[in-house]
Design a protein around this ligand. Structure first.
Ligand code: SF4
Length: 442
């Protein structure tokens, strides 16, 4: 794409002029047909209008049919702004195919931003369960509340106002402005970075703020103002469908004639990847501890996975062959919470432990290396006082008993868990259900 010294407005005027006066498509193609394959290249800096026109023509025929692209009720809008912000937050770091069901469920339960603002955060997180990156759900909920109280339930059009809302960065602000209001703004995601890097054969870096800023200015310079939303979505769709990270379909690419990376035979060299930095690893064990038909859970406090529930966490990792060591560690934990020392020995709990497996969870800045155990606590009711029940969500460390609670099977169903714990939680629920049915039959 061209380096532009013109303002976005001047550039847009120039593009619109180009759209009207540049050589016709047939002329363009007949020129291309008459030259050697390797020479089939048009310098985009000289033919911006043709680039824009080729891309939009392709988009008009091939745009992805996605549930969040349905026409809004208010036809003065290009798209419902709430639908844009909901879908865009869901799509961050997540595949389109994964998001579709979540999006439909969310729209069913919270059809408007006001309905979402009125919801309880636990319910919002529960509906988000399995989608990952839960901070997005909390941001979305906080945004809904703020838009409802400050802007009467309508997302602002002003970029600066949008950037002050929870969870809204440069990309999301550009998406809301251009997708919903068709305002001249750019939305630079990973797809747009990849397409831009290849068209220009420039060493743009993936996931790099400075690169995103540079590309934003370039997209702004190319924007046809009357179709800002379409142009941004066309770049994204091209990246998602044709200019894919591996094996791009250059032979059917609508802008292949403008692509420097293709011309140089260096498509795979762009964009450049950031060097991977080793992530710190935390190793620990989770224990699903049942007692009298109730399970011990705790809500995570500020920080990673805030607001989600988890099982009893021990700060050490106990592997399959370390059952005895886990038993001792749990005993120690019970006894250290017993307030009457002389009672300790006679109140030792009876525990049945069984191995569930192990798992690594990779987050953006760290890794959790976990083992999972089931446990059944049998016996002494007088141990009730052992568990210290403080406020929910008071701490996010793996610190055993503090701020936990015992929940029934029915309560457990309503609580949100992380993507790596929810399958285990579901298995526990199934097991319990089978036990209840078996006991009834006896
Ligand atoms: S020609 Fe190939 S590398 Fe270039 S933009 Fe099209 S799909 Fe991407």
């Amino acid at each position: 794409m061209p380096e532009s010294k013109l303002s976005p407005e001047d550039q847009a005027n120039q593009i619109n002029l180009n759209l009207a006066t540049d050589m016709s498509e047939s002329k363009l193609l007949s020129h291309a047909d008459n030259i050697d394959e390797k020479e089939r290249f048009i310098d985009i800096t000289e033919k911006e209008g043709d680039f824009v026109k080729s891309l939009l023509r392709w988009f008009d025929q091939e745009a992805r049919d996605l549930p969040w692209r349905a026409l809004p009720e208010d036809l003065t809008l290009r798209r419902d702004p709430y639908v844009v912000v909901l879908s865009e937050l869901m799509l961050q770091q997540t595949q389109v195919t994964t998001v579709i069901d979540y999006f439909n469920r969310f729209m069913m339960r919270f059809p408007t931003i006001v309905a979402l603002a009125d919801a309880d955060e636990t319910e919002v997180l529960k509906l988000w369960e399995g989608l990952g990156y839960y901070r997005r759900a909390r941001h979305l909920h906080a945004l809904a509340k703020e838009v409802t109280t400050r802007f009467n339930g309508v997302l602002p059009r002003d970029r600066e106002e949008l950037l002050k809302l929870p969870g809204v960065g440069s990309y999301t602000a550009g998406a809301i402005r251009s997708f919903a209001y068709n305002l001249p703004d750019a939305a630079v995601d990973g797809n747009v970075v990849r397409v831009s890097a290849r068209i220009d054969a420039k060493p743009y870096i993936k996931n790099d703020a400075r690169t995103a800023k540079t590309i934003r200015e370039r997209v702004l310079a190319l924007l046809p103002y009357e179709r800002s939303g379409d142009f941004n979505e066309a770049l994204m769709d091209l990246g998602a469908m044709i200019c894919t990270p591996k094996n791009p379909s250059c032979e059917i690419c609508p802008v292949s004639l403008f692509c420097k990376a293709r011309l140089k035979g260096r498509v795979d060299d762009f964009p450049i990847r950031n060097k991977k930095i080793a992530k710190p690893v935390s190793s620990f064990s989770y224990v699903a501890l049942w007692r009298d038909g109730r399970l011990f859970v705790r809500c995570r406090g500020e920080g990673l996975l805030e607001g989600l529930y988890e099982f009893l966490a021990l700060p050490e990792r106990f592997d399959k062959d370390e059952k005895q060591a886990l038993h001792l560690a749990l005993e120690k934990m019970f006894l250290s919470n017993t307030r009457e020392d002389k009672m300790k020995e006679e109140r030792k709990p009876k525990l049945h432990l069984s191995w569930r497996g192990k798992r690594r969870a990779v987050f953006s800045h760290r890794i959790w290396d976990m083992t999972f155990w089931d446990a059944e606590w049998i016996g002494d009711d007088s141990l009730d006082g052992i568990l210290v029940q403080e406020e929910d969500c008071a701490s996010s460390s793996h610190d055993g008993w503090h701020d936990g609670q015992w929940v029934t099977r029915d309560e457990l169903v309503t609580l949100p868990f992380s993507a790596f714990l929810s399958p285990w939680r579901d298995t526990l629920l199934d097991d319990r259900q089978s036990n209840i049915v078996a006991q009834r039959k006896v």
